[in-house]
Ligand binder design. Structure first.
Ligand code: 5RP
Length: 217
């Protein structure tokens, strides 16, 4: 089985968590796309969805699903999203698709966050995947210097502008033994909109697809 098969399997499994006629939070990425396709195929109806990116909004609307503003939805029961890395405590690195800020907002607005991932994303200690940080454009160099002071090697993801009109720095080689402490330190830098560490608000459940079938963390 390939990684795409694992994504499809875990996307299909996530449909079981969705309550008919609810308002669902939906993340971004290829695993989420597999979930959206499975949701469409299942025939399960939603009242509406809150989306974490323009790309996801287009895919949901393509299935005839009504996408509404988070401000109109209030607290959501469930948020489903992928990850670039997860650890045994269900802490995540996200933002490979540059949607981290809206993803963090929708996760925060949800009672339950079910993360869907495949075995290739599992790590003992977060940080093999460079940490995405969304920054206000005028603060790019300042934030980069502060991230170097925190021990990282930031790299500007040139050519990428987020849905919020900001830039992404991918930070290599950060020591993430204390992900919560690092999340706070990065959030404190003026000009940082959001960092891709999900330690303060980890996933509540991680569904993992892999060579030995599905696992629930
Ligand atoms: C987007 C994300 C995605 O969830 C993450 O990049 C995983 O993507 P994929 O499912 O394509 O591997 O955080 O900002």
């Amino acid at each position: 089985m390939s990684q795409d098969d694992w994504k499809r399997e875990v996307g299909e499994a996530a449909v079981d968590y969705v309550r008919e006629d609810s308002i669902l939070g939906v993340g971004t990425g290829s695993t989420v796309n597999a979930f959206i396709d499975a949701l469409g195929a299942s025939g399960k109806r939603l009242e509406a969805a809150v989306s974490s990116s323009e790309a996801t909004t287009a895919r949901l609307q393509g299935l005839g699903i009504d996408v509404i503003e988070l401000n109109a939805a209030g607290t959501l029961d469930l948020y489903i999203d992928g990850a670039d890395e997860f650890d045994a405590h269900r802490r995540l690195i996200k933002g490979g698709g540059a949607a981290l800020t809206r993803e963090k907002i929708v996760a925060e607005a949800s009672r339950r966050f079910v993360c869907i991932a495949d075995e290739s994303k599992r790590v003992g200690v977060l940080g093999k995947f460079p940490l995405p940080v969304e920054v206000i454009p005028m603060a790019r160099s300042l934030v980069a210097r502060k991230l170097v002071a925190l021990g990282g090697q930031p790299e500007w993801r040139e050519g990428v502008v987020t849905d919020n009109g900001n830039l992404i720095l991918d930070v290599h080689n950060l020591d993430l033994v204390d992900p919560l402490g690092m999340e706070r330190s990065i959030n404190d830098i003026p000009g940082v909109v959001c960092c891709g560490l999900f330690a303060r608000r980890p996933a509540d459940t991680v569904l993992v697809g892999g060579p030995n079938g599905l696992q629930t963390l």
